[in-house]
Ligand binder design. Structure first.
Ligand code: NAD
Length: 330
């Protein structure tokens, strides 16, 4: 039985990852500022701790885990990342976590660490054309991310790679592209486009209106959580360090995404475009490298994942559930 550590185990991807690792038969410790919000954790041991504190990191990384998955970060959707109001927190909190984690892993002789970077680290000038964004892994430099969140991810990628070069820590780095699915933020200000649109559609009466930030012609791709986990586990257990994109290459405009959710819901809504925080104009995963190195790439349709996510959000809306305000305050 492998001993596995998941940092950020109370979050969206981390809580799903714990479930998957348990289903594989591993012994799992999860660490987070908070428990998962929508389901009980399946971790054998769940530690509530602030990973910005070195002593907490030393206390939780107290043995030579076979695998460490580092997903803890101060993050959110466009409404959190792109307003600028949280820049200092985002940079300080996530960098502090990564500095503590990588060094403690080295001191404990941990061999394999997965680090979750983000497509937000790609240069903004390569993502101006909504029909033809360039997110090839080797387009990262010269660097020019459009958010401090992206800069911190780039710094931490380099941090893990430096520990790999100088200290033999084996890192596996993925650049996630918009992961979505049930049991993620949907109405707490940190939700991302798929969950936010599912909520707005579920709340709107048939024939009503839906508000969309910007003109809706910005493009993105979205990867369903199950395929994200497939990619994370394959990468971590491979001989390839990355960084590599883990994302879908099924690119859609936000307007199209709204239409898809409306079709799933069986509703007809009029779009009202309003001012709101936006990211780059176009972004999608380039999957050549992951195919080449892992002989695998995500392939499930966006519609399948959206259907499952819509049903989950719709149930919350119908039950008039509100998210508990116990979300991590840093
Ligand atoms: P999430 O916000 O749901 O999970 C992150 C978790 O980290 C949260 O539960 C939070 O409480 C925890 N955390 C934050 N600060 C902490 C601290 N000081 N100590 C302990 N725990 C702390 O986000 P997610 O969607 O599950 O993302 C997981 C990782 O993947 C993050 O690093 C994120 O930047 C990265 N990522 C996610 C996406 C996506 O689309 N979801 C895209 C790109 C990158």
């Amino acid at each position: 039985m492998k001993q596995v550590l998941v940092l950020g185990a109370g979050g969206f991807i981390g809580s799903h990852l714990v479930r998957r690792l348990k289903a594989e038969g591993n012994w799992v410790r999860g660490v987070d500022l908070k428990h998962p919000r929508y389901a009980r954790t399946e971790a054998d041991d769940f530690v509530v701790a602030d990973l910005r504190e070195p002593a907490n990191v030393r206390a939780t990384i107290d043995r030579t885990f076979d695998e460490v998955y580092q997903l803890a970060a101060d993050m959110g959707g466009a409404g959190y990342i792109f307003t600028g109001d949280h820049d200092a927190d985002v940079m300080h909190n996530s960098a502090a976590i990564n500095l503590n984690v990588v060094d403690t892993c080295r001191k404990h002789g941990i061999k394999r660490v997965f680090y979750s970077s983000s497509a937000c680290m790609y240069p903004q000038e390569n993502q101006r054309d909504p029909d033809n964004p360039n997110c090839r892994e080797d387009s990262a430099y010269p660097a020019n991310p459009d958010s401090e969140y992206g800069w911190e991810k780039l710094f931490s990628e380099r941090l893990y790679l430096a520990y790999q070069r100088n200290h033999g820590l084996e890192c596996r780095i993925a650049r996630f592209h918009n992961i979505f699915g049930p049991e993620g933020s949907w109405n707490d200000g940190r939700e991302k486009a798929p969950a936010a649109i599912c909520r707005k559609v579920a709340e709107a009466p048939d024939g009503g209106e839906i508000e969309i930030w910007g003109d809706g012609e910005q493009t993105r791709s979205f990867l369903y959580i199950d395929e994200c986990l497939d990619g994370v586990l394959r990468l971590t257990r491979s001989g390839f360090a990355g960084p590599v994109n883990i994302g879908s290459d099924e690119m859609v405009s936000i307007n199209r995404l709204v239409d898809m959710v409306c079709e799933i819901a069986g509703k007809s809504l009029t779009k009202r475009h309003i001012l709101g925080p936006l990211g780059v104009r176009g972004r999608t995963s380039d999957n050549k490298l992951i195919r080449q190195e892992l002989d695998w790439a995500p392939s499930a349709s966006l519609c399948d994942g959206l259907t499952k996510t819509y049903r989950w959000v719709e149930e919350k809306v119908v039950r008039k559930e509100t998210d508990s305000p116990e979300r991590a305050t840093l």
